[in-house]
Design a protein around this ligand. Sequence first.
Ligand code: PHE
Length: 353
Amino acid sequence: MLDELKRIEKAALAELSTVVDQAGLDGWRVTHLGRNSDLMQIFDNLGSVTREERPAIGRRANEIKKALESAFEGRVSALEQETLSRSLQGDRLDVTLPGRRLALGRLHPDTRTLRELYRIFGEMGFQVYRSREVEDDEHNFQLLNFPPGHPARDMQDTFFLETRTGNSSNPLLLRTHTSPGQIHAMREAASTNPDNPPALRMILPGMVYRVEQTDARHETQFDQVEGLAIGRGIRFSDLKGTLADFARRMFGPQTRTRFRASFFPFTEPSAEYDIGCFLCGGSGCEVCGSGWLEIGGCGMVHPIVLRNGGYDPEQYTGFAFGLGPQRIAMLRYHIEDIRLFWQNDIRFLGQFS
Ligand code: PHE
């Protein structure tokens, strides 16, 4: 019987080493350690063994049972280990690999330019005043001395809004320039002290809209930064000094400034404001042509506009200007197409750090 036990152990261990999966393990356990296994038969038959032999056989059978059980556990963990290392090999996950960088947002080139303008004019004592993008005809045109049918309206055709309560002689529209903000700012200030309205020095930034045939230099929406200074004894030389100083602060101390006579219904006299090209230093290049770059319009606030704003033109004078910050950004960053600004193309926006 001891021989029989040796055979049982050998056969069981040999078979166990060929087992490769869970089903094999289950089957092996039933066959070799189950109730009907050869080993269990030995235990069942111990009664028929002589008393002398019984203890030795019983002990051996128990040893073999333990040995088989521990061999079984060993095989189970070996197989688990194998499965684990196989899956580690297969779907390799390297936890030391650096993560993907999150793209950091940046300021839009227009925002950067605007902030610089706010800083420069802030240093010169100008406050930022915001006014609405949806205006009515009265503020956008009439109060700025563009009566209905005035030819200067042609340059600023825009988007009119249809409203149910709308008044056909004063339709709502998307503002074509930031100049209507002049009226809001003056009226707001004058209402605080109508007999002696306070002096004003402000810039009015914001989006404006025009019906345009779009191309590299024209968009249906763009920014403007309006400037407005009202007080007693303000002269054209103050306007020139302010804009010349602005140009030097924005583009460098050597920057030259030029004023060319022009026309706007709401300023008199009016001028176009040019700066000496900072790319070629004024000798003329493919960007400027003549050595000068036009960056805005300006003039002395028209007496009719002062009166419409609540300021007595006998006592007050003032100047106003309108700058195109996108024009400035295009020059500074060499942007060739104005339409890039609002297309939100990450490849464009990511270039400005
Ligand atoms: N509003 C004018 C424009 O859009 C610019 C301007 C502003 C001119 C203020 C003079 C004074 O074209």
